[in-house]
Design a protein around this ligand. Sequence first.
Ligand code: SAM
Length: 219
Amino acid sequence: MPGQKKLTELSKETLYLRQNLFYESAYDTGVTPWSGGGGPSPELVQSLKKSAKKLALKRALDLGCGNGRHSVYLHSNGFKVIGIEYQSKALLSAQGGGQPGLLYVQGDIYRAPLKEKSFDVVIDYGVFHHIRRRDTAVYIDFLESMLIPGGLLFLECFGSKFKHGNGKIYKRGYVVHKNHYDRFSGKSEIRRIFSKNFTVLELDEKKDALLHAVMRLRD
Ligand SMILES: C[S@@+](CC[C@H](N)C(=O)[O-])C[C@H]1O[C@@H](n2cnc3c(N)ncnc32)[C@H](O)[C@@H]1O
């Protein structure tokens, strides 16, 4: 899109620099509720069973991989995986790095030295919901650029009824607080913003008010 920002430009913006600090502090203090018990999201497990068999090749990119819980799961299911994460502390507890087919890269997604169109699967469990609404198109372009045509995107993000730590539901769809930006997306928003180039295969707002989606990049 002419005039559209590049992802690399976002990485220099104050909001995203602050967000990096927010995550640094979370891993420093060990307050990382998203890691759950360390196992993969049950939705990823279920959806992968349905869709991954259809993939001829199995190269996966785990964006913002944290402690690697999904990278490990994908790897144990036959995927060649790259997990990218900017917090070194998170990667310290990531299992299995260096085994054939499992590589953790410490770096900023927005400036990642990743080869375009080289992944059959991209997973985003917790990055998209920190992308400011006005930067949505830039981020979706990036997701598309990583996937082969026909490749699958697995997404988990805050749904529209997600209650934040303070118990509030932000009806305007976003909040900027504690050095980071959170957006809350309902099913219709996800359909609207991804439908240009993706076919939505699965879309659920879950009981815990996270939203889970599986989308296929059209050929
Ligand atoms: C909500 S956590 C989820 C971690 C992991 N995906 C999981 O489900 O356990 C989001 C992760 O993305 C990482 N992250 C956010 N923005 C990033 C960026 N621009 N580059 C690299 N990592 C990023 C954070 O450090 C954090 O570990």
